[in-house]
Design a protein around this ligand. Structure first.
Ligand SMILES: [Zn+2]
Length: 270
């Protein structure tokens, strides 16, 4: 019973954080302070009442429209809130066995990974919308991922560890191909932001799981690309459309992280 309450609590926490991530995504390059200023309708400027600020529910009860001017509110808001809740819950579920070993390890590791995936969610949505990865976000991710190689994320044994040489090399080894593609295609096939993101993913997942995350990202990206071309009347995608790659990398990273998929596990499927 306590387990269910824990997960419900984590889900609600995720939805609330997701609502904050929306604000960060919106205000990121507008020069507005993230913590300052009242929330308002982006069309008519009406200040939002408290009951228009309840994550997910306000959107549903207002049928996706502003109460003042009836302008449509972007689906991004409830979607980011909902999926942040889902992702937070899945991360807590994934780390839950650590709670039996050590409460403090569980709380610390959970906080670290909730923070990391919050940054990745912002990068994902931001890259999807603006086709660019903000430096400050990806550098924060890189630094945390690098520090993570000194932490034992299994929860068993000592909290700090001396990283293996492969653990240290995983980041640069996975980022290098992306950097080369970026360089030789003059940024046409791959943005340099993707190489930076890969540096963090390599350090976070290690070489083995990092490669799997990359493979899964390409598969998902490929499937998405095919469907987008089939339904191009609706998606307005053609062979020249620049498709942001970070969302796929982040989705692949999330899948590999949640299911602990390494190369042997992946090969055993076939
Ligand atoms: Zn309005």
């Amino acid at each position: 019973m306590i387990e269910i309450f824990t997960f419900v609590f984590i889900f609600i926490l995720g939805v609330i954080i997701g609502s904050f991530l929306n604000v960060v995504i919106y205000r990121f390059n507008t020069g507005k302070k993230i913590t300052k200023g009242k929330s308002m309708c982006m069309t008519c400027g009406k200040s939002l009442h408290w009951n228009e600020l309840i994550p997910m529910f306000s959107f549903l009860f207002q049928f996706g429209r502003c109460r003042g001017c009836r302008a449509k509110i972007s689906y991004q808001y409830p979607l980011v809130e909902f999926f942040t809740g889902v992702i937070f819950t899945l991360i807590a579920y994934h780390l839950y066995p650590i709670l039996e070993i050590s409460t403090i390890n569980f709380v610390v590791l959970l906080s670290i990974f909730l923070f990391i995936f919050s940054i990745l969610i912002i990068i994902c949505v931001y890259d999807f919308r603006h086709k660019i990865i903000p430096d400050s976000l990806v550098y924060t991710y890189i630094i945390i991922s690098f520090l993570l190689i000194f932490i034992n994320t299994t929860g068993v044994g000592s909290f700090f560890v001396i990283p293996s040489i492969w653990g240290v090399l995983a980041g640069p080894m996975l980022a290098l191909p992306f950097a080369l593609i970026w360089y030789f295609s003059s940024g046409k096939w791959m943005g340099f932001g993707d190489a930076k993101l890969m540096l963090g993913i390599g350090w976070m997942l290690g070489l083995n799981m990092g490669i799997v995350a990359l493979m899964i990202s390409f598969w998902i990206g490929g499937i998405f690309g095919i469907f987008a071309l089939i339904f191009k009347r609706f998606t307005k995608v053609n062979s020249k459309t620049e498709i942001p790659f970070a969302p796929f990398l982040i989705l692949g990273t999330l899948i590999v992280f949640l299911f602990n998929i390494n190369i042997y596990k992946l090969l055993s499927i076939f």
